[in-house]
Ligand binder design. Structure first.
Ligand code: GLV
Length: 388
């Protein structure tokens, strides 16, 4: 058993164990990958203030997110095709999140279906919704999430059309993978992945296959998005979906203060400052840079979570210190899943928790809820001075 000390260790193992097509899917940003890269590099521009000679006993990183108790302010973000990174991936990740005490969000584009994840977990999870042109399907999907007792609906707003990730086109990404000479040569070297995959029935998009009429190629994310996603989504449709759902709503993919104000006006339990992990609009600023202007714009009217770029507990601490009330991780848990299955996801969560706890202590704090800007050193032009 390798000694895992950081998220990067999990990433190295994941790269060795998962098929290249799915590793590349996870590890790509759109076009030049500028935004993808800056999501992480901008975190390192923020510095932490070391404090000494303060009582560091009885520390706590527990808090609440959207009214739910969490062991730490980190929820698992919705990630498409998670069940291709490892057989039954969504069930494994959901179980790890449940045992650790943090929320799991199931993607519309998951491999394991809503019902399947509900049947293999004990606590309610969050469901992420992509808005579809097919209103019948959309309504049924929302009803299915209600029937599965999902405790929040996470509506993704930044993927009405798909940003291009070059490697997905080059690799011919599909779920399950199409068997070509190239993919077979790669799969031959990932035998443990293949054996586990042969042992499961869950190899298609579980929320789609058998549930949607007229989708010609549900194996391809690109085709599915182009055919089904609603390019006409607007705030009034979001209000309608909120009404249909009737429960907690989290609006994900907000990167601009004006949109944040609109989201607060429509009414939601939280917004997620996110650029979809740098996978959509290349050239947009990183989430951590946009956090402060967005916090100022919403002025406490809704909870603000941050996603995109978190790879360490220090990153979570920085986002919380800046004023976020929680964070979401995508790649950081997928690395764990691809490396070591359910245990790997738990390991990723443990790594983040430990890093956050010890770093918080070294900043002179004992409770994550009391950590404020005093622990941060923010470069003067961090959010940028941009001509209007
Ligand atoms: C879908 O959510 C993607 O980013 O590929």
């Amino acid at each position: 058993m390798p000694v895992i000390t950081c998220i990067d260790d999990l990433k190295r193992l994941y790269k060795r164990r998962a098929p290249k097509m799915f590793y590349d899917y996870c590890e790509s940003g759109s076009w030049t990958e500028q935004t993808f890269a800056e999501n992480t590099s901008d975190f390192s521009k923020l510095r932490l203030r070391q404090r000494v000679a303060v009582d560091m006993t009885n520390r706590s990183i527990a808090t609440t997110m959207a009214g739910q108790d969490v062991a730490m302010p980190v929820a698992l973000a919705p990630v498409g095709l998670t069940g291709m990174q490892r057989a039954d991936g969504e069930i494994k990740a959901a179980r790890a999140a449940e045992s650790f005490g943090v929320p799991f969000t199931l993607s519309t584009m998951s491999i394991c279906s809503i019902e399947d994840v509900a049947a293999h977990t004990r606590k309610p999870f969050w469901f992420q919704l992509y808005t579809m042109k097919d209103q019948d399907y959309l309504k049924r999907l929302i009803q299915r999430a209600k029937d599965a007792k999902c405790s929040a609906l996470v509506i993704t707003l930044d993927l009405q059309v798909l940003g291009q990730r070059h490697m997905d086109l080059k690799n011919g990404l599909s779920a399950p993978p199409k068997l070509t000479a190239k993919s077979l040569a790669d799969l031959a070297t990932r035998w443990s992945w293949g054996l586990e995959m042969l042992g499961t029935k869950r190899r298609d998009m579980g929320n789609v296959v058998g549930h949607v009429k007229g989708v010609t190629d549900p194996s391809s994310l690109m085709a599915w998005t182009a055919e089904q996603f609603d390019p006409q989504l607007d705030w009034s449709k979001i209000a309608q979906i909120k009404e249909m759902w009737g429960g907690k709503v989290i609006l994900k993919g907000i990167l601009d203060p004006e949109d944040a104000k609109m989201a607060a006006k429509v009414g939601c339990d939280a917004i997620v400052v996110s650029n979809h992990g740098g996978r959509q609009l290349d050239g947009a600023l990183s989430s951590i840079r946009m956090l402060d202007p967005i916090l100022q714009a919403v002025g406490g009217e809704t909870e603000v979570f941050l996603d995109s770029g978190i790879r360490s507990g220090q990153d979570v601490l920085k986002a919380m210190a800046m004023g976020a009330s929680g964070t979401m991780i995508g790649r950081a848990f997928v690395y764990g899943l691809g490396a070591m299955g359910e245990e790997g996801v738990r390991k990723a969560l443990e790594v983040l928790a430990k890093e956050m706890d010890v770093s918080m202590a070294l900043c002179g704090h004992r409770d994550i809820n009391e950590v404020g800007r005093d622990v941060l050193m923010i470069p003067e032009d961090f959010s940028g001075r941009w001509a209007a």
